[in-house]
Design a protein around this ligand. Structure first.
Ligand code: FAD
Length: 388
């Protein structure tokens, strides 16, 4: 039987896992990356990926530290400089500008496929196991062991579970999750609108769920429209002309008529949180640890923040002459990230529930609240920093 030894094995080559592998390699670790699929396809500039992320400045800094951002930015990103959030009447939207937080932009809309392509091509000498199936795993000190279905055995001081929301490693470690499925599905597509997007992220809180327009580099918008079944099914089944009419009306024509639309995809929404992030020889990062409602566009940003924290926690221990992989040190990572992730999970869930309430008086108060907040500079600045 082949047995291979590494300092760390990252399981899952999504954006968070690929970033984790690069961050650990950057600290001089011998790293393996294990992915059940294959390498991502090369990013095609003629094909604008339907899955895009509102990438925060903190995520940009991580990607920059990994050497990936310059290439991502050179190939295609769309900076956004303001956000408008409204419930009724876009003229009375709450507006956040980059200037409210002393920045030149609030973030960048970046394609999932572009991030993956650039991160994977930087993997270099990291040992890659593609189309790999894990048959069993043991986590512990001094080593964790992964046994693959092809008989190979991989050993490492640390296994990083970055294998997504349905994490096999989380299940193998017996770590529970708490959470619930929202009755919502998110519909995603790119649209052309009659008016320019003004490098602004637009979001309307409809009683049926949030609807976002994110500005793309070619002048179109990426939309994320969350709606309960059966409304989501009905919207997906409409022909393009009828869908564009419904979408324009749902956005109260904030960006004019919708004049063109790509194919539509949809995915179910859920809130899920692992009860533990750390076991001896194992940490959870990204969607393996937490899944949020996309209304705050934070899914991948939380995962990149996990990677940044894990890297910092391991580096600090090394510098202080402590064992970076000790349970005590890994728990520092777990505590730091859990506190911040719980805050974001609670915030997005509260927003989702607040705007879904069908109580006319309360909804009116929330509408008034957004307008009132817009007029209060310091509160608006605080909210803008939270949004960042
Ligand atoms: C359509 C869509 C739109 C979204 N839009 C946004 C958005 O606008 N903003 C935002 O922040 N987030 C968004 N999200 C959420 C975002 O995609 C996730 O938060 C992000 O992908 C999490 O990254 P990850 O690397 O943790 O997990 P994933 O991207 O799920 O990657 C997991 C990887 O692990 C691999 N894997 C799984 N199981 C195993 C196994 N047993 N062994 C080996 N490999 C395995 C998978 O093949 C995959 O490559 C969206 C999600 C979807 C589906």
């Amino acid at each position: 039987m082949t047995s291979l030894r590494f300092d760390a094995i990252v399981v899952g080559g999504g954006p968070v896992g690929a970033a984790a592998a690069l961050a650990l390699r950057g600290q001089g670790c011998a790293v393996a990356l294990l992915e059940r699929g294959g390498a991502p396809p090369a990013h095609d500039p003629a094909d604008y990926d339907l899955r895009v992320y509102a990438t925060s400045p903190a995520s940009m800094q991580l990607l920059d530290a990994l050497g990936a951002w310059p290439e991502i930015a050179a190939r295609r990103v769309s900076p956004y400089v303001s956000m408008r959030v409204w419930e009724r009447d876009p003229a009375h939207a709450l507006r956040f500008g980059a200037a409210d937080v002393g920045r030149s932009e609030l973030g960048w809309i970046v394609e999932h496929g572009l991030i993956l392509d650039v991160l994977w091509r930087r993997l270099g000498d990291i040992a890659r196991f593609e189309h790999a199936t894990i048959a069993s795993a043991e986590f512990g000190a001094p080593e964790s062991v992964l046994r693959l279905a092809d008989g190979r055995e991989l050993r490492a001081r640390l296994v990083v579970a970055a294998d997504g929301a349905d994490s096999q490693l989380r299940a193998l470690a017996g770590i529970d999750t708490v959470g619930w499925a929202y009755a919502h599905h998110a519909i995603v597509c790119h649209v052309q609108t009659g008016r320019p997007h003004e490098a602004t992220a637009w979001q309307r809180f409809l009683g049926t769920g949030p609807l976002a327009f994110l500005p793309l580099a070619d002048g179109r918008c990426s939309i994320v429209w969350s709606a309960e079944q059966p409304l989501a099914a009905e919207l997906l089944a409409l022909d393009d002309a009828a869908f564009m009419t419904r979408l324009g009306a749902a956005a109260e024509y904030a960006l004019g008529e919708v004049t063109a639309v790509t194919r539509r995809i949809s995915f179910p929404l859920r809130l899920q949180h692992a009860t533990e992030y750390v076991r001896p020889g194992l940490v959870l990062v990204g969607d393996a640890a937490h899944t949020v409602h996309p209304l705050a566009g934070q899914g991948v940003n939380l995962g990149f923040a996990d990677v940044a924290q894990l890297g910092a926690t391991l580096a600090e221990a090394r510098e202080a002459g402590r064992d970076p992989y000790s349970l005590r040190n890994l728990q520092r990572y777990g505590r730091a990230r859990k506190a911040q992730n719980v805050e974001m999970l609670a915030l997005t869930d509260s927003l989702y529930r607040a705007f879904r309430l069908r109580l006319p008086g309360l909804k009116a108060a929330l509408g008034l609240g957004l307008e009132a907040v817009d007029r209060l500079g310091p509160l608006k600045g605080w909210l803008a920093r939270q949004a960042l």
